[in-house]
Design a protein around this ligand. Structure first.
Ligand code: IMP
Length: 433
């Protein structure tokens, strides 16, 4: 039995969807524990592409239980649209395959309006959010004003809570943001209209997982976004509003840390970021364009072009430490196929200082410049290879250097978007019994 957490080791979009999809084969339960529909996991099964924003990608596997843990924020409209899309493609034949914890906080229309209007008002100081209402929903959760999934299924409770919270929201929307107020009646009508379809998904992550683990099941925890977007440990304030690091899986699903066996961090062979915020290895030149085009680096959620840069070992070491990574899955290695040389940042220069640790202080980080090591490229199409041993020696050297620099083993190398374009070196689910 093994319980494994998968997290993004960079600023999100590392290719977690595909890795989770592969590991799902070995798990009986797949759990989302934080974030909301700001995430976008692209999966390619055969020739069919599916993009999921909220529902764990394990849903593409029949018989796997997918759980949306209490740490998630959920937009019921988007959730139902995703369910409809999956059913249309022949997935989710059995509704008991999907469960939502009653304590999940709901994304309300005013959260989305506040998110978008606040960003507009912030001008150059904006965060570059996805505009899905994520931050304002978490603010209300922590401020103890949130409306939860279970509330939606009790019409009187839902109406009472909305009635209590809406005057404050409308005051803020109208008086501070200059927006139109939300209509209480319209929200009641819309949200209670979703309730009956949602009822069958209500459950409790903590007790369900406790029973599953006691029965000997393997559980896969599917992180969204990335470690450097963590509310505490990321590049604050340019972060998302949830705990994206591995510890978030325990609070976001209601389990103790001793139940976790392995933590796998997903890292691209280079780096991307969407939204604003410091990015020391960013390439604002032709090479940046080359990476964007070769890696098709456009957001799965918002379609925004992603910022691109060389692999940053200083940042990756931060992810190894804050998550307690036991393995790294290296994705999109094939994107570097045509490059004569590949650069890797191994330290930062800050004034006269050489920094090997990721600075916590934004004012320091924004002025850091990368110190690069240049390694030879492989100039070979590696996407057709079927085992790690077949990789060109330059790729193996690159992987071994990453292991030495981070002190963490690389357990998987992904060489293309399809399931079979994956070279597994060790499997976190079969390491322990
Ligand atoms: P929010 O999560 O919409 O509040 O956005 C906060 C920051 O996190 C912005 O820079 C977003 O671009 C970034 N972000 C949120 N979700 C993702 C994701 O799934 N991938 C990459 N970046 C994300």
């Amino acid at each position: 039995m093994a319980n494994v957490i998968i997290v993004g080791a960079q600023w999100g979009d590392e290719g977690k969807g595909k890795v989770v999809d592969i590991y799902t084969e070995y798990a009986q339960e797949v759990v989302r524990f934080q974030g909301g529909n700001n995430a976008g996991h692209t999966l390619v099964v055969g020739d069919e592409k599916t993009v999921l924003h909220l529902i764990p990608s394990g849903i593409l596997h029949e018989g796997k239980r997918c759980i949306i843990g209490n740490g998630v924020v959920l937009d019921p409209k988007v959730f139902l649209e995703e369910i409809d899309g999956l059913k249309k493609k022949g997935y989710l034949k059995d509704d008991s395959q999907l469960m939502v914890d009653g304590a999940v906080n709901l994304i309300m229309p005013y959260h989305k309006m506040i998110d978008v209007a606040r960003e507009q008002k912030s001008g150059a100081k904006k965060i570059g959010t996805t505009g899905r209402g994520i931050g304002p929903t978490y603010e209300d959760k922590v401020g103890r004003r949130g409306i939860r999934f279970a509330d939606l299924l009790k019409p009187e409770t839902f109406k009472r809570k909305l009635h209590e919270v809406l005057p404050e929201k409308n005051f803020f929307l109208e008086q501070f943001l200059g927006e139109k107020p939300c209509s209480e009646e319209a929200i009641v009508e819309e949200y209670l209209g979703y309730a009956e379809r949602l009822r069958c998904y209500l459950g409790r992550a903590s007790t369900t997982l406790d029973k599953a683990i006691k029965a000997g099941h393997n559980v896969l925890f599917e992180g969204a976004q990335g470690s450097l977007l963590d509310i505490d440990h990321g590049t604050y304030p340019y972060v998302t509003s949830s705990s994206t690091i591995a510890a978030g899986a325990c609070t976001g699903a209601g389990l103790g840390p001793h139940l976790i066996d392995e933590v796998i961090g997903i890292s691209k062979a280079y780096v991307t970021r969407v939204g604003e915020g410091p990015f020391p290895t960013e390439l604002n030149d032709e090479m940046g364009e080359t990476l964007r085009a070769a890696g098709n680096e456009f957001g799965a959620t918002t379609g925004r072009p992603r910022r691109t840069g060389w692999l940053d070992i200083v940042a990756l070491r931060e992810a190894v430490r804050t998550n307690g990574l036991t393995g790294i899955a290296l994705t999109k290695m094939d994107v570097l196929n045509d490059l004569e040389t590949v650069k890797v940042c191994t330290a930062y220069r800050y004034g006269e200082q050489l920094l090997e640790e990721f600075p916590q202080d934004y004012d320091v980080l924004k002025d850091c410049t990368p110190v690069y090591e240049e390694i030879p490229g492989w100039l070979t199409d590696i996407s057709t290879l079927s085992s790690y041993e077949e990789l060109p020696v330059q790729v193996i050297d690159y992987v071994e250097k990453i292991e030495a620099w981070t002190g963490c083993p690389v357990v998987m190398v992904s060489v293309g978007p399809r399931r079979n374009e994956t070279l597994m070196r060790s499997n976190p689910f079969t390491k322990k019994s």
